[in-house]
Design a protein around this ligand. Structure first.
Ligand code: CP
Ligand code: NVA
Length: 301
């Protein structure tokens, strides 16, 4: 059977995704109760990071250790990846020695190229275009706090970035309605919006997007790789901050998520992360459980 990869949420069927979320919740309970689940002894996870990370690195590395395996951190600074060895050659070699690979990089075409030449499953741990692992954690968190996300209204406020794109795919795969508030010039990919037009509402007004929302989500206004655009972005996004006033326009039991890292006083108010409606710490922890469920799924596929 062909090797399964997870480069976007569209690489799994809606049913497979539901099963991964359910399994993540189970694995979380097992981990909390210290029930042994070292089901992948002598297995190795290769972790290629071309961008910084806290949550992704810690969750993948800790998760694979809990599976009884070993996780290997590979950075372009000290591998031949950083000296121009072709992705195809690197993929053939690395995948001949490890059981599964996760990659965080810039161009989405890099993970696609790696997956093409890899003989083991490849996971997208963030590209400029998508961040699908984060969506597994976000959906798990919503399910734990509010039950099924199917038919709910989700508001995305801010940049039409990699996280926004993954929310669009999630709306399709998990069957929810998505309202997106972005300033002109920072909208998500037009083709992706058009392909999912039936379930997306686009606006430039955050108040319109959050109206009646069950979940409000935002992210940094300047993603990794956009450091040079910071000043102009801060101007373009003023008025897009998630704070108590904006949250008061959402449904009365609405919850708030942010993939983190967050910039207090910018896309969120100083106290948003610790407000009663915020579930960001559970969301961050769930990266661990959701990715363990994902790796188990891919390794057993
Ligand atoms: N949310 C997320 O992916 O965080 P890191 O950049 O710290 O991995
Ligand atoms: N959009 C952010 C997400 C960080 C986890 C970035 O790409 O930097």
């Amino acid at each position: 059977m062909a090797t399964r990869h997870f480069l976007s949420l569209l690489d799994c069927s809606p049913l497979e995704l539901q099963n991964i979320i359910a399994r993540a919740i189970e694995l979380k309970a097992m981990q909390k109760q210290r029930i042994d689940h070292a089901m992948f002894p002598n297995h190795v996870l290769g972790m290629i990071f071309e961008k910084s990370s806290t949550r992704t690195r810690v969750s993948f590395e800790a998760g694979f250790a809990q599976f009884g395996g070993h996780a290997m951190f590979l950075s372009p600074r000290d591998t031949q990846l950083g000296r121009g060895e072709p992705i195809s050659d690197s993929a053939k070699v690395i995948s001949s020695m490890v059981d599964i690979v996760m990659i965080r990089t810039f161009a989405h075409s890099t993970v696609e190229a790696f997956a093409k030449y890899s003989t083991v499953p490849v996971i997208n741990a963030l590209t400029d275009v998508y961040h699908p692992c984060q969506l597994l954690a976000d959906v798990q968190t919503f399910v734990e706090h509010r039950g099924s996300i199917q038919g709910k209204r989700v508001a995305w406020v801010g940049d039409g970035n990699n996280m926004c794109h993954s929310y669009i795919n999630a709306a399709r795969q998990f069957d929810f309605e998505l309202a997106i508030a972005c300033p002109d010039g920072y909208r998500p990919d037009a083709q992706l919006v058009e392909d999912n037009a039936g379930r997306i509402q686009m606006t430039t007004d955050p108040r319109v997007a959050v109206q009646g929302a069950d979940l409000v989500v935002t992210d940094t206004w300047a993603s990794m790789g956009q450091e040079d655009e910071k000043a102009e972005r801060m101007k373009a996004f003023s008025g897009y901050q998630v704070n108590d006033e904006l949250m008061s326009r959402a449904a009365s039991d609405a919850i708030f998520m942010h993939c983190l890292p967050a910039y207090r006083g910018m896309e969120i108010a100083e106290d948003t992360l610790d407000a009663p409606y915020s579930v960001v710490w559970d969301e961050a922890e769930n990266r661990l459980h959701a990715q363990k469920a994902l790796m188990e799924f891919l390794l057993k596929a």
